[in-house]
Design a protein around this ligand. Structure first.
Ligand code: PLP
Length: 379
């Protein structure tokens, strides 16, 4: 079976995990965590990067830092992972979903302004597939309406919009290092804090509401309870695993981009024949090959194609069920405007195997099998 995903493992993970163990420093904020944070800061240009236990937790931490309160409204796409909404629902806020653009599957920036009410506090763009949202427009809206931006850049590390790293446009940016992501630590993530005045509070809220980070740096002689907070810092063992990959970030990125390009070129013919649509990457965006998806004509064709691929030992998957159609989405959120594309486009999308280490012959087999499905008119 050709897997849909294989978690990245580039070579030095065991060595670095062993070093973390030998150094007797396996709790949070050890040597490897520091290296990862510094790497992220250098790579993205953010004021401060803090590893977290997941992107879910990075977003929860951002919602805490943004002081989101019950009854506040937060604008986001419905085509996203549950954590984008949950982080704000946990604070008693209402996710207000707006439609997506069919070309990138990102929030339609032209629909955001109409969804703003007196209760709106933040916009949460999700950079789907590591392709940036239209950030110039979104930043302009946020500025004019005095709203915060919290970027869900779970899939966006190493990707840019107009040359600037995804996750660095808003007040906060959230990355994921889950095993399905381009770089992984099993479960993990990072919060980018883009304004230096928010850094101190972020460190406190991440460390159970204490100023322990300052204590570890020798800035104070004892630490104490300063604010509310929780425990969002990962073990240094996980950070050690991630560090091996960040050291090789460019190689991993290039490998994935090569796979992406191969798929993209190979499926040009199928798109021209009208069988599928390929992803669109706007000119301003440099993506990170987080995923390769195609869109079949409709839900039925997609279902049959996934089954056909499975019958031929290829594991392909679909993606999010729009949140506003889910039980919790109906209870906690609301959709503003018309769902022209969110449901329809999400039902067509299917993701093909894509991971560091996917071999050329495996990819060629996936491509051939997709072609066979359409050539044999099995849809
Ligand atoms: C858009 C988006 N946001 C948030 C998450 C949550 O990431 P994590 O599993 O690191 O909590 C994911 C995970 O797939 C995601 O795709």
């Amino acid at each position: 079976m050709i897997s849909f995903n294989v978690p990245p493992c580039v070579g030095k993970e065991s060595q670095y995990v062993g070093e973390a163990i030998q150094n007797h420093k396996i709790c949070g904020d050890g040597e490897f965590t520091k290296r990862c944070n510094q790497w992220l800061e250098k790579k993205t240009g953010t004021a401060k990067a803090l590893l977290t236990t997941s992107c879910t937790h990075a977003t929860e931490l951002a919602a805490l830092l943004a002081d989101i309160k019950p009854g506040d409204e937060v604008i986001m796409p419905s085509y996203t992972f549950v954590s984008t909404a949950n982080a704000f629902v946990l604070r008693g806020a209402v996710p207000v979903f707006v439609d997506i653009r069919p070309d990138t599957m990102n929030i339609d920036e032209t629909l955001i302004e109409d969804a703003i009410t007196e209760r709106t506090r933040a916009i949460v763009p999700v950079h789907y597939a590591g392709v940036g949202c239209e950030m110039d427009v979104i930043c302009d809206i946020a500025k004019r309406h005095n709203l915060m931006i919290i970027e869900d850049a779970a899939q966006g590390i190493m990707a840019t919009y107009k040359g600037k790293a995804l996750g660095t446009f808003g007040d906060y940016g959230c990355y994921s290092f889950h095993e399905t992501k381009n770089y992984s630590m099993g479960e993990g993530g990072a919060l980018l804090i883009n304004k230096s005045e928010a850094v101190e509070r972020a460190e406190i809220l991440r460390e159970k509401g204490t100023n322990r980070s300052q204590f570890y740096r020798g800035q104070i002689d004892k630490y104490t309870w300063m604010d509310y907070g929780s425990s969002y810092l990962p073990s240094d063992i996980n950070a050690a695993y991630l560090w091996a990959q960040l050291e090789m970030a460019d190689e991993v990125n290039e490998y994935r981009l090569e796979i992406w390009k191969q798929y993209h070129n190979a499926f040009k013919g199928l798109e021209e024949s009208g069988y599928i649509q390929r992803p669109v990457v706007p000119r301003e965006c440099e993506h990170n090959a987080h995923m390769y998806y195609i869109k079949a004509g409709n839900l039925e064709i997609r279902t049959n194609l996934i089954q056909y691929l499975k019958d031929h030992n290829v594991n392909a998957v679909f993606h999010y069920i729009p949140l506003h159609n889910a039980p919790a989405g109906k209870e906690y959120g609301r959709f503003h405007g018309e769902d022209r594309y969110t449901t329809k486009e999400s039902e067509r999308l299917l993701r093909l195997p894509m991971y560091y280490g996917l071999r050329e012959e495996e990819q060629q087999f996936v491509i051939k099998t997709v072609y066979n499905f359409f050539n044999e008119k099995l849809y």
